[in-house]
Design a binder for this molecule. Structure first.
Ligand code: FER
Length: 323
């Protein structure tokens, strides 16, 4: 019961922090009926394939090596301003090695700090790396609203076009800035792109049409900015041969699930391997955190798409409230 109330409060707080940045408390103006999108219709394959992880995956452990989180500025020729991104370097980061990179994109109400507020990826990755569950990688959290004023202000939906412009900023400005500053691998097999909601749509739109740049793609609760499956995967055979991992997920209480379902159905029809995880969450940070946790463990590993999902048994069970 206590956990239920706590998670309800967290959900309310997260929606508030995602959308109440124009000084008006509560959900954004054009949010319909307390949930985005239309009615939710679940099919037989819309099931949870990866279990909810334990509650402590983002708990700071005092006894393990820590990575570093820093705000980095870069000059964006696309936008014509100096922009900011949040960058995680793993524990023991050294220029003697070349690291793979995950570019991680936020939602419509967020900015370069949103993932940190929602899921503390630095703690999540420190824990996964300490347990040998994820390979050391750099995680770049840029600002996906590619316009001069890139703060999440006013009606956040007005900036939707700037989320499309970000394709250029990412490819021409963000990636070169990261590759100039950090010791990173510069090939597609060691570059991943993932995001939540608007950032999920961006990851599909930019990733699937730039497989020469990204081989690993993750999209959690993708928003209506997601292009049609035919545009994203015009040549299924080619997509199939280039993708190392395509992770699609959505909560079964998320009114945007039809966006992910449309692509997922198409991928099935065209026999493009992918992971489809429909858990019991809504359009909320728990879904994003949990799916990042599982996605991160597959990244940059051999045969990621054919790894069997973990079962409840090989996960540490969440602590029970009372006996
Ligand atoms: C929409 C509903 C939701 C939309 C975008 C969103 C562009 C994005 C939500 C988010 O990023 O959380 O109609 O249109």
């Amino acid at each position: 019961m206590k956990t239920k109330i706590l998670s309800m409060l967290l959900l309310i707080a997260s929606i508030g922090s995602a959308f109440a940045q124009d000084g008006e408390p509560g959900p954004p103006r054009n949010r319909r009926g307390g949930n985005f999108g239309g009615p939710i219709e679940l099919g037989p394959n819309d099931t949870q394939t990866y279990p909810d992880p334990p509650a402590d995956i983002t708990e700071k452990r005092p006894d393990i090596p820590r990575g570093k989180l820093e705000i980095v500025s870069y000059d964006s020729a696309t936008v014509g301003t100096t922009r900011k991104m949040n960058v995680y370097t793993p524990p023991g980061y050294s220029i003697e090695q070349e690291y793979p990179v995950l570019y991680l994109l936020h939602g419509i109400g967020g900015d370069e700090t949103e993932w940190e507020r929602f899921a503390t990826p630095d703690v999540l990755f420190d824990n996964l790396i300490a347990d040998g569950k994820a390979v050391p990688m750099i995680v770049v959290m840029p600002n996906g609203r590619a316009q001069k004023n890139d703060r999440a202000e006013g009606n956040v939906f007005d900036a939707a076009p700037a989320f499309a412009v970000f394709e250029k900023d990412l490819l021409n400005d963000v990636i070169p800035a990261i590759e100039a500053k950090y010791s990173v691998a510069k090939n597609r097999e060691l570059r991943a792109l993932a995001g939540l909601s608007m950032g999920g749509g961006q990851s599909l739109n930019f990733g699937l049409t730039h497989l020469e740049t990204f081989a690993w793609i993750g999209a959690f609760s993708s928003a209506p900015n997601t292009r049609s499956p035919e545009e994203l995967v015009p040549d299924p055979t080619r997509t199939k041969s280039q993708l190392k991992l395509l992770w699609l997920s959505c909560g079964n209480k998320d009114g945007l699930i039809n966006i992910s379902q449309r692509l997922q159905r198409y991928l099935v029809e065209k026999e493009v391997p992918h992971i489809w995880n429909v858990d019991s969450h809504g359009h909320d940070p728990t879904h994003w955190r949990n799916n990042l946790y599982h996605f991160a463990q597959l990244l940059f590993k051999k045969d990621a798409l054919s790894q069997p999902p973990p079962t409840e048994k090989n996960l540490t069970p969440a602590p029970t409230e009372s006996k």
